[in-house]
Design a binder for this molecule. Structure first.
Ligand code: ZN
Ligand code: MN
Ligand code: MN
Length: 286
């Protein structure tokens, strides 16, 4: 990662092969991207071949996009109290960790999970146990699970910094864990960043409870819904309830210089909206 490079990008499609995401990202002007390691709405996936990896590394060298961050599939729920779904989630997450490691991705962002009525405490316990199980089966791996902050929709865990702190506290191998801060999710969960005062207070709280050294990925999304609504609906930068002021503070915060800042804004309208959102983010940097 060269000095002075603005680390911004967007979630990119892997259709046609994981290696294509890098070329797409380059076209849009990304210096970092996020990808799913496999189709995010299916359990099964075709195995990655050495040829896939070779093309991936080749394109990474050509585009200089770094880091490439992985994101896990939406079906996985490590907090599920349903035995069969929990088992399937573990197996699937294991496959995703293998794929991420194969492609040398430093982080695999993961939604902590939904407790589905079993309660937050039990959900947190299940997630921590599951991560221990995964760590035991992936000894020596470099890829880190990156726990994402959530909006708190339904019974999802991760809408309080305390949830993530407790998961980390319970996991044996803590150095293999990182945290992803999603600006839309946290805002919907009640953490304000719209004014300097609110922004500073939010990250002070994050530091006190989780520790800023864990923060390795930022998802840069405006929020369609209000502060504390607990509804997870992403909006284009500056066009939602957070508004441009919050993103100006974020983009000029030197603490995130080496943290990839990745858009997950709506994809309708194609790449034009990604390009525009990236342009807005770039324009905010003083
Ligand atoms: Zn996510
Ligand atoms: Mn996110
Ligand atoms: Mn979301």
């Amino acid at each position: 990662m060269a000095e002075g490079i603005l680390l911004i990008g967007a979630h990119m499609s892997i259709s046609g092969g994981v290696f294509n995401s890098l070329l797409l990202g380059k076209e849009l002007g990304c210096t970092t991207i996020q990808i799913f390691t496999k189709n995010n709405n299916q359990w099964k996936a075709k195995e990655l071949t050495p040829e896939d990896a070779k093309k991936f590394f080749e394109n990474q060298r050509k585009t200089k996009i770094s880091p490439v961050v992985g994101h896990n599939g939406y079906l996985i729920n490590l907090a599920s109290p349903k035995e069969d779904l929990h088992r399937q989630s573990l197996e699937s997450m294991l496959v995703e960790l293998r794929r991420a490691e194969f492609l040398k991705l430093p982080y695999l962002v993961m939604h902590p999970g939904s407790h589905l009525g079993s309660g937050e405490k039990e959900g947190i316990r299940r997630i921590a146990h599951s991560i221990d199980w995964l760590h035991q089966r992936t000894k020596g791996y470099k890829v880190k699970i990156c726990l994402e902050t959530t909006a708190g929709q339904g019974s999802s865990i991760g809408h309080r910094f305390e949830h993530l702190a407790e998961i980390i506290e319970r996991v044996k191998d803590k150095k293999r864990l990182a945290v992803c801060y999603d600006t839309c999710h946290t805002f919907a969960a009640g953490y304000d960043i719209r004014t300097k005062k609110a922004y500073d207070a939010t990250f002070k709280e994050f530091d006190n409870i989780i520790g800023l050294s864990r923060l390795k990925v930022i998802h840069v999304n405006d929020s369609l819904r209000d502060l504390g609504s607990r509804v997870d609906r992403h909006q284009h930068i500056g066009e939602g309830k957070i508004g441009i002021s919050g993103f100006r503070l974020l983009m000029n915060d030197r603490r995130w210089e080496k943290v990839p800042k990745i858009l997950e804004t709506p994809k309708e309208g194609g790449t034009a909206r990604d390009i525009k959102n990236l342009k807005v983010l770039r324009s905010l940097v003083k």
